[in-house]
Design a protein around this ligand. Structure first.
Ligand SMILES: Cc1cc2nc3c(=O)[nH]c(=O)nc-3n(C[C@H](O)[C@H](O)[C@H](O)COP(=O)(O)OP(=O)(O)OC[C@H]3O[C@@H](n4cnc5c(N)ncnc54)[C@H](O)[C@@H]3O)c2cc1C
Length: 413
């Protein structure tokens, strides 16, 4: 009999991992390992890109959020040995042993094997990606003189977004609004061009029809061109080639953003556990990995049967699962029965350009500037920890949430 506290190791500091760690604080020894030093509230990465919110609002440091009862290690987990109960880190030779393991590593961008996509397009999953895209847009604008004819201006300021899911819609409308504002401020000729390229036959494939109409209005108002049934076949440093009805077209691009899907995290690909045909870890209704009762998986990498199908691959699901998971880890460690739960859609909110949003709550959708305010209010409530929510809520209320214009590089603050 030993007095050693049971050690729970959580891999991944996103929605699933961080919220589990917050709920488990003080339950034995808890270690959170993540390759980023901060949490990221991804639903507002678009507002960070447009300058409507600050980095500290949506990407608070893990050490600020977690109390001293949780150890935080910033590193990438290189390997998990489920039989030896060991986790190996990329930048530290020592392995960590665990009693309970929580796998919450999320997905990675899926370039679907398109030539040049991984090298030349910008993914949109992290703070660094939003910074890179914004910089690319400012640099492109800085190269265009005000007396350039409209057709040449548009050619030099053509941006493409790949994928017409919620991410592609939110990002393209923000990009278009920021660019049109920059055109006015810099007195440029003509209009910028923002295209969305989508392989499927419609926008927002996973979303209900209630919100779709509002998004279509926003795309029209922001002058975003949507090309459905169109496949990207090649990306280079300065161009994109797409195919529609068997015809290939190459266009000059100032930047291509890849919002075209998510694939399995390589760490999960290497794990020898039961998975779905898409590579998701099959978990029991208690979130335990089949064949290893001390291992739990959560969020984008896990297949949880009892959830509304539209919740798959969302922060909403990871967040709800985290509550159940923490409860079950506590039960597991104290030898009690584990629980299960059904997860429902909590409502949808998409940001549309820099002045509007569309929100769906209780089956009713509304859009416009008021929906934008409602979205901010809704998301304040979902940020991690009360302390952080209060600080951010006060900042949005007193300091405002106006976008930051794409000023010339020399004039940036
Ligand atoms: C731009 C964007 C906008 C989104 N908007 C919405 C939205 O409006 N509503 C919604 O419901 N969902 C949204 N999502 C989806 C949502 O972000 C995910 O479903 C959710 O984050 C999944 O949570 P998770 O814990 O599984 O993974 P994540 O939140 O992705 O967290 C995984 C963490 O693990 C870390 N990690 C990965 N591999 C390793 C490793 N080997 N070692 C250590 N750490 C590792 C990652 O860096 C990351 O911090 C959005 C996603 C993106 C990218």
């Amino acid at each position: 009999m030993t007095n050693k506290k049971p050690h729970t190791v959580i891999i991944g500091g996103g929605f699933g991992g961080l919220f589990t760690a917050l709920d488990l604080a003080g339950t034995g020894e808890v270690t959170l390992i993540s390759d980023e030093d901060h949490f990221l509230f991804t639903p507002m990465l678009y507002e960070y890109f447009s300058g409507e919110v600050e980095e500290w609002h949506i990407a608070p440091n893990h050490k600020e959020l977690l109390d001293e009862s949780v150890n935080f290690i910033r590193d990438e987990v290189a390997n998990v040995d489920l039989d030896a109960r060991l986790v190996t880190l990329k930048n530290n030779d020592q392995s960590l042993s665990y009693d309970v393991l929580v796998i919450a590593v999320g997905g990675v961008t899926n370039y679907a094997g398109v030539p040049g996509a991984a090298e030349f397009s910008i993914p949109f999953r992290k703070i660094a990606h939003a910074d890179e895209l914004r910089l690319r847009m400012v640099e492109a604008l800085d190269h265009v003189p005000p007396d350039l004819p409209p057709q040449d201006t548009q050619r030099a300021l053509t941006f493409a977004v790949v994928g017409a899911g919620a991410s592609g819609m939110e990002l393209s409308t923000k990009m278009a609004d920021l660019l049109r504002d920059a055109f006015k401020r810099r007195a440029l000729n003509g209009e910028p061009r923002v295209l969305v390229i989508e392989m499927g036959d419609k926008i927002l494939p996973g979303m209900g029809s209630e919100i779709r109409g509002h998004v279509e209005d926003a795309l029209r108002d922001s002058h975003v061109e949507v090309h459905t049934l169109t496949r990207v076949v090649k990306v280079t440093e300065k161009s994109l080639t797409f195919e529609h009805n068997g015809v290939k077209t190459e266009i000059e691009t100032a930047a291509v953003v890849w919002a075209g899907g998510v694939r399995m995290n390589p760490l999960v690909e290497d794990l020898k556990v039961e998975k779905t045909s898409r590579g998701l870890i099959l978990v029991d209704p208690t979130l335990q990995v089949r064949s290893h009762s001390n291992v739990f998986a959560i969020g984008d990498i896990a297949f949880f049967r009892d959830a509304t199908p539209t919740l798959a691959g969302t922060a909403q699901l990871a967040l709800q699962e985290a509550g159940l998971l923490a409860q079950n880890v506590k039960a597991f460690l104290s030898g009690k029965e584990l629980s299960t739960r059904h997860f429902e859609e909590l409502g949808e909110a998409v940001s549309l350009g820099t002045e509007r949003a569309a929100v769906l709550v209780g089956g009713k959708a509304f859009a416009g500037p008021l929906a934008r305010q409602a979205r901010f209010a809704l998301y304040t409530a979902r940020l991690p920890t009360w302390h952080h929510r209060l600080r951010v809520g006060a900042s949005w209320f007193f300091e405002g949430t106006a976008p930051r214009p794409l000023l010339p590089l020399g004039l940036q603050r």
